[in-house]
Each structure stands twice: as C-alpha cells, then as structure tokens.
Design a protein around this ligand. Structure first.
Ligand SMILES: Cc1cc2nc3c(=O)[nH]c(=O)nc-3n(C[C@H](O)[C@H](O)[C@H](O)COP(=O)(O)OP(=O)(O)OC[C@H]3O[C@@H](n4cnc5c(N)ncnc54)[C@H](O)[C@@H]3O)c2cc1C
Length: 205
C-alpha cells in the first residue's frame, strides 16, 4: 500500500472512503509499462466489485496483453479552488490510486465480471440488453485488481493561503464547484422504432 507523504492529512486507507469514491467515479486511468519499457496511461471504464476493481478490454489490446503490476487512478473533481495568489490556487477532489498485479479472470468468473461491469455504470443494464455471446466473451479480457493496495486522497474547502500576505489583496478567493451530471436520454433516431421511450433504468441514471 502506498504511504501518502505529500499532504498526508488528505489521505486515507479507510476501505469505506475508498469504496465511496470509486462508487462516484466514472472513468479509471490505467497505467502500465508497455513491452518497449515505456509508461502509458489509458482511460477505461471500470466496476467496483466488493473489495476489488474490474476492468476489461479486447484481448488484442496492448493493455490487456501486458503482464505485471499496474496502477489504476479514479478521480472525482469537485471544484476549482481560486486563491488570491496563483501559487495557492488548487482543486477540490476525491481520488483513489490502486496498485497491484491484476488477476486475469477466466470462464464463468469472467462472464459474471462482464455483467458486473455492464451494470456498474448503468444499473439495470443486465436484463435490458442482449448478453455477450461465447465468442464475445472470448474476445474480452477481464482483470480483477484487489483494493488491498489502494489509497484515497481528498481535498475540500476554501483556498489555504497566508492571511498576513494575501488576505488583503484586492482579488477574489473562493471555490467554483464542479459537478458531472447526466442529461436527458437521447433515443437512437436511426434505428429505434418511433415512440419507444427510454426505459426506467436509463431515465433513473
Ligand atoms: C484533480 C487533482 C489535481 C491535482 N493537481 C495537482 C497538481 O497540479 N500538482 C501536484 O503536485 N499535485 C496535484 N494533485 C495531487 C497529486 O495527485 C499528488 O497527491 C501529489 O502530487 C503528491 O504526489 P506524490 O507522488 O509526491 O505523493 P506521495 O505522497 O509521495 O504519494 C505516495 C502514495 O500516496 C498515494 N497517493 C498520492 N497521491 C494520491 C492521490 N491524489 N489520490 C490517491 N492516492 C494518492 C499513492 O499510493 C502514492 O504512491 C492533484 C490531485 C488531483 C486529484
């Protein structure tokens, strides 16, 4: 598990805190060392599955053909912190970093994990769409990464600056909140029978 050295007061290894951030996140950035030895970070979908993360991709992709340790980061941006000084301006956020060697899932475990991945981003997907065929399952690699190597870091609140030198400056200070929101569902006009309404689980999201 990585020990948080920079601003350790913002860090946490509390599993409930880590799980809550992962439940709110939408995109994981997955870092690997590729076969040429170069680092690369790839954005991906993920699912939180009890005490692990699931990620999936084509068996042909560079990422899923890699072996060894990986690093997965999920970030929820909550605000732009606007200080009176440029130096003290910052961001409010909740982030999780998970490191470790992922387990490659096979057979029934892989099939089940694929359904979990589909249901995580949009709960209710399973049962409201065709499930993957055997060929589609074979084309998809799935990794499970334990949260044992996970750390969380959270920044909240107003700018932190030096009252003596900066509070009297004639500049604004505060926080501009950032929210990610889901919009009104847009029906596929090219193929959907006219008048087919978005189902409940889609509207709920
Ligand atoms: C949206 C956002 C914007 C940021 N912008 C900046 C920036 O511009 N400049 C900057 O220096 N820092 C920024 N940070 C903080 C940054 O993520 C690091 O925490 C910081 O740079 C210290 O890194 P380090 O490797 O020196 O930390 P260390 O404390 O040495 O890291 C040790 C271990 O702590 C854990 N850890 C470190 N950072 C995080 C994290 N953010 N979330 C979860 N676990 C963590 C990891 O396990 C890591 O291996 C930002 C964070 C977020 C989420």
């Amino acid at each position: 598990m990585g020990e948080i050295k920079r601003h350790p007061e913002r860090g946490s290894e509390d599993r409930a805190v880590i799980r809550a951030i992962l439940a709110d996140g939408l995109v994981a950035h997955v870092g690997i060392i590729d076969s040429s030895g170069a680092p690369v970070v790839i954005p991906m979908a993920y699912a939180l599955d009890e005490d692990s993360l699931l990620i999936h991709g084509s068996v042909a992709s560079r990422l899923m053909r890699t072996a060894g340790p990986i690093c997965v980061t999920v970030t929820v941006l909550d605000g732009l912190v606007v200080a009176r000084s440029l130096f003290n301006s910052s961001m409010n956020y909740r982030s999780v970093v998970v490191t470790g060697v992922p387990q490659v899932l096979e057979g029934e475990e892989r099939e089940k994990a694929l359904l979990t991945l589909s249901d995580f981003l949009l709960p209710g997907r399973v049962g409201n769409a065709r499930e993957p065929s055997r060929v589609e399952v074979r084309q998809t690699a799935v990794w499970r990464l334990s949260l044992d190597g996970a750390t969380a870091k959270i920044r909240t609140g107003p700018p932190k600056e030096d009252p003596a030198s900066d509070y009297d400056l004639p500049f604004w200070g505060g926080v501009v909140p950032v929210r990610t929101v889901f919009g009104e569902p847009e029906s596929d006009a090219t193929s959907l029978a006219k008048g087919t309404a978005a189902p409940e689980h889609v509207r709920r999201r």
